[in-house]
Design a protein around this ligand. Structure first.
Ligand SMILES: [Zn+2]
Length: 478
């Protein structure tokens, strides 16, 4: 039945035999290190409730926007994959009925599995199939039912419960990401549960600092209710944000995260900032106000980080919800987001003029615009003590892109202005696959440096451990 599925033990390592031998030695020392996952989007409810995952479709297909976007690009509709439009969503002219039979949906996915050849999705999924579920034939139309039955049977077993998988994956710490208004009840339940797994939250205030969100004004009011501050005044709004940061810290948060369309920062006078805030809240905003407000809020968040020690992450440059029709029918995170050209050197200057030399401030930068690594990001990180580079993000979390990142950033920023790997995923089962890939690619790069006389092998070995484990713990203060 079907072709065999076998992971090559030396996958992703250099083709040249001599270089590969070095990479194999380096990787051998990092392969089994614990996983530190300091940024991602898994659901804390999985670990507080510890209920079985439902089935292959709802676990592996529906939440994975990498899969949805590629299948859409091949002409499939989200309805045919079983996704339901949001309540009250406009009807599409050619809308197909929503598929409900999970086995048929899985078969449809298997029929199209070939479109993922040589994409990271294929690498991650094959790793999950082989190592998590022990499947030994390739996913294809003729093995679809075998997969569906094996995966669903496994998910019902106690060793596939979320907490058991956390332990089996060798996770040492796993950070989730929550909005500023989140009550964090699952984190609170986890803290009281006595389970030894370490799941921490991350403070992501986009819902209360981005005036372009339709629910912005309502969110600001809710922020006031939650904190007992008058969040309709500029001073009360800032105090409320500081209050929520403190609350998040009580449930383990060591970091904040900011998903902004650009990296723009601003340093307005208190009077100008107050007037801008009041104008936006009163519904009297002028063109450009939202962008300047987000820019000012990055600087305010930097100031609060200097006060409370939270590490600040900036994920800039995604054009989210670009596909208007898809967004209005299905909402966010369905694969309709794209990289944009992003500027950092000029954009960050107002913030850096205020906090750039502070030793108690750390800003971790992520980009979807690879051209910025050698031109802007690596030179900035190789100068400002507060700046470090996050790992390749989203479209660039893949073998070639990870190698490009090292090639473009190392000569200006070195290894020690980077922060190890983030899996940044909603797909819990793929976490080991992603860290395994990152460790292999870093070892491949280090082996090249050794083979070309740029680094001694003992130093490369030390760097490999730093990249796989120590740098993430240090940067995120874990
Ligand atoms: Zn993220």
């Amino acid at each position: 039945m079907g072709r065999s599925l076998q992971l090559d033990p030396q996958r992703f390592l250099p083709a040249d035999r001599q270089v590969r031998a070095i990479a194999v030695r380096l990787f051998g020392a990092v392969e089994a290190l614990p996983i530190v996952s300091p940024h991602g989007h898994t659901d804390p409810r999985w670990f507080s409730g510890n209920e079985p995952f439902e089935d292959a479709v709802s676990l592996l297909l529906w939440p994975d926007h990498y899969l949805l976007r590629m299948l859409m690009s091949q002409g499939m509709t989200l309805e045919s994959l079983g996704l339901r439009p949001a309540d009250g969503a406009p009807a599409a002219a050619d809308a197909a009925p929503v598929a409900t039979d999970r086995r048929s949906i899985w078969r449809l996915f298997a029929e199209h599995y070939r479109v993922f050849r040589a994409t990271p999705s294929r690498l991650w999924l094959d790793h999950v199939f082989a190592t998590v579920f022990g499947l030994d034939v390739r996913l294809a139309p003729e093995t679809a039912d075998h997969y569906f039955d094996c995966i669903n049977a496994a998910l019902a077993a106690p060793e596939f419960l979320p907490r058991a998988l956390y332990e089996r994956f060798g996770l040492e710490v796993l950070a989730t990401t929550e909005g500023a208004l989140d009550p964090l009840e699952h984190h609170a339940a986890l803290a009281e549960s006595g389970w030894k797994g370490r799941i921490i939250t991350t403070f992501r205030p986009d819902d209360v600092v981005d005036p372009d969100r339709a629910d912005f004004a309502a969110n600001v009011l809710r922020l006031g209710e939650l904190t007992g501050e008058d969040s309709t005044s500029w001073r009360g709004y800032l105090a409320a944000l500081a209050n929520r940061r403190a609350f998040f810290r009580t449930l383990g948060a060591t970091a904040t995260d900011h998903g902004h369309p650009t990296a723009r920062t601003a340093d307005l006078s208190p009077l100008n900032a107050r007037e801008l805030f009041e104008r936006i809240l009163a519904g009297k905003r002028q063109p450009g106000d939202a962008e300047v407000f987000r820019a000012q809020m990055l600087t305010e968040m930097a100031r609060m980080s200097c006060d409370d020690g939270m590490v600040m992450q900036l994920h800039a440059g995604a054009w989210r919800n670009h596909n208007e029709a898809l967004y209005s029918r299905f909402g966010r995170d369905k694969g309709g987001d794209f990289p944009t050209q992003t500027n950092f050197t000029a954009a960050l200057k107002p913030m850096l003029d205020r906090f750039g030399s502070r030793r108690d401030f750390l800003l971790i930068l992520f980009t979807l615009d690879e051209s910025t690594y050698s031109r802007e990001l690596a030179p900035l990180a190789g100068h400002y003590p507060c700046i470090k580079l996050g790992p390749p993000w989203w479209f660039h979390d893949a073998p070639e892109a990870m190698l490009r990142f090292r090639r473009q950033s190392t000569e200006s920023a070195g290894f020690y202005n980077t922060v190890g790997f983030n899996d940044d995923t909603r797909a819990f089962l793929s976490i080991p696959a992603r860290h395994d890939l990152a460790r292999r690619i870093d070892c491949a790069y280090l082996a090249e440096l050794v083979a070309t006389g740029r680094l001694d092998e003992d130093e490369a070995g030390e760097v490999a451990i730093d990249l796989a484990y120590r740098l993430a713990k240090a940067a995120y203060r874990l």
